[in-house]
Design a protein around this ligand. Structure first.
Ligand code: TRP
Length: 451
């Protein structure tokens, strides 16, 4: 078996790579985050600006990260250092890699907690949500996250599955998991959309999601849309760079990025199309926030015919999506440590995964009503503090410096060689990555942090 830390580990095909990258991108961010952000952002206005950010800022960055990964062929830290040296630039640029590896480690520690909730809800859905009223559904959720044991056991299960797949390496683990899991996910989601379309509130959903009400387009909505697009495309934390390192030379990065970004966006929109008809049909509030999945939907599943099956399918689908994303969050640190120490990949994955599990326990216990529920870090709960550190600081800075590095410090010739695009596509990409990405991200970063 090829070890992912060796420089010749590769995806067996372009399809396997695309599946893995789509698996990374599509996760809790799309199926849980996108609908609730869209709901809070007033629907169409958020969707429109989100689409703009995905294709104008996200996609050029996706291309930049994939090329850096493939050029360096190492962990994000190793690749950044190597490319900086090759280009005769300061090796301090490896800090982008460090921020990614550390950031992804922090995210996996709490992502796994939420992934655990999803696993627990698969089990809850199996036994049915029948007759659940709005307040009792909220009670089910809040008492679950306030329990000291069950969420941690679920978190352990989720992390265990992630470690198991990462331990098997690019060929043995990641590829098999994603080539099987991703198509299953698409099928489940399309089925759910078809079901939802027949519940009767489909027309209302279409106008909610696609008829923009520009009075709702505030600066805040725009900022959330940018953050959401970064998180959803797995940008700036080394996931995409690590996957690029296993990419064959003959794969066209520009085309692949277009497919990945479209699939990611497609799933987010499908998730919206699956969820909002249910939300409207049962008179739920589209702007309910993070409770949209865990509190509101079970009410609907409990009332609709076939709710046990649909509910179980829905949470299974969310679990699958979350696991393939979690794999890509664990991979950057595993690839760095096995590259640095030469230790067995399985041991490294187990050790780092266990450390992330321990760190995650604090996020779990820090939920409101739980043992550490009153702990506040600069006014944030433990989970929100990690979320804010990564989303508001590491991701915007990482993305901005990646764009600056690729646009201004790596030679134009190196990038042309790496991308092998036609002339006009290259010019458009180069303009976006040199000017539009850094300026837009800087604007967002400054507004998030200082406004
Ligand atoms: N994109 C995934 C989601 O939408 C989460 C994720 C995986 C991620 N890798 C990442 C987010 C790297 C930011 C950076 O759920």
């Amino acid at each position: 078996m090829l070890m992912a830390s060796s420089s010749n580990a590769q995806w067996s095909s372009r399809w396997a790579f695309i599946m893995a990258a789509v698996g990374s991108a599509v996760g809790l961010g799309n199926i849980w985050g996108f609908p609730y952000e869209a709901g809070q952002g007033g629907g169409g206005a958020f969707v429109l600006i989100y689409l703009f950010f995905v294709f104008v800022i996200g996609m050029p960055l996706l291309i930049a990260e994939l090329s850096l990964g493939r050029r360096g062929r190492m962990s994000p830290i190793g690749s950044m250092k190597k490319i900086a040296e090759e280009e005769g630039k300061s090796t301090l640029w490896q800090l982008i890699g460090w921020s990614g590896v550390i950031g992804a480690f922090i995210v996996i520690s709490f992502y796994s907690v939420v992934g655990g909730w999803v696993l627990a809800y698969v089990v809850k859905a199996l036994s049915g949500f029948s007759g659940l009223a709005a307040d009792s559904s909220a009670e089910v959720f809040t008492s679950f996250i306030a329990d000291p044991y069950l969420p941690i056991i679920s978190h352990a299960a989720f992390m265990g599955i992630t470690i198991f797949i990462v331990a098997k390496g690019v060929e043995g683990g990641l590829e098999k998991a994603v080539t099987f899991l991703m198509p299953a996910l698409f099928v489940l989601l399309v089925g759910l959309v078809i079901y939802s379309a027949f519940t009767g509130a489909f027309a209302q959903t279409l106008s909610f999601l696609f008829a923009p009400d520009f009075s709702k387009l505030t600066l805040n909505v725009a900022l959330n849309a940018l953050g959401q697009s970064f998180f959803s495309l797995s940008l700036a934390l080394g996931s995409i760079m690590t996957y690029g390192a296993y990419l064959k030379r003959d794969v066209n990065i520009g085309k692949s990025a277009a497919i990945i970004a479209s699939a990611d966006t497609g799933v987010a929109v499908l998730a919206g199309l699956a969820i909002f008809p249910i939300v409207f049909a049962y008179g739920l509030n589209p702007g309910a926030g993070g409770g949209l999945v865990f509190i509101s939907l079970p009410i609907a599943f409990g009332q609709m015919p076939g709710g046990v099956v649909i509910g179980t399918l829905f949470f299974s689908l969310l679990a699958v999506a979350a696991i393939t994303s979690a794999i890509s969050l664990l991979e950057p640190s595993v690839s760095y440590v096995s590259e640095k120490t030469g230790k067995d990949r399985r041991k490294v994955a187990a050790t780092i995964g266990f450390a992330a599990f321990i760190l995650g326990i604090f996020s779990s216990l820090g939920q409101s009503g739980n043992i550490l529920g009153d702990v506040s870090i600069f006014g944030y709960s433990i989970m929100d503090a990690k979320d804010s550190l990564t989303k508001n600081w590491m991701m915007p800075l990482g993305g901005m410096f990646t764009a600056l590095f690729v646009g201004w410090f790596v030679s134009r010739k190196s990038m042309m060689e790496e991308l092998a695009m036609n002339d006009s596509s290259f010019k458009i990409w180069y303009f976006l990555v040199r000017f539009v990405c850094p300026v837009a991200i800087a604007a967002v970063f400054i507004s998030i942090v200082f406004l």
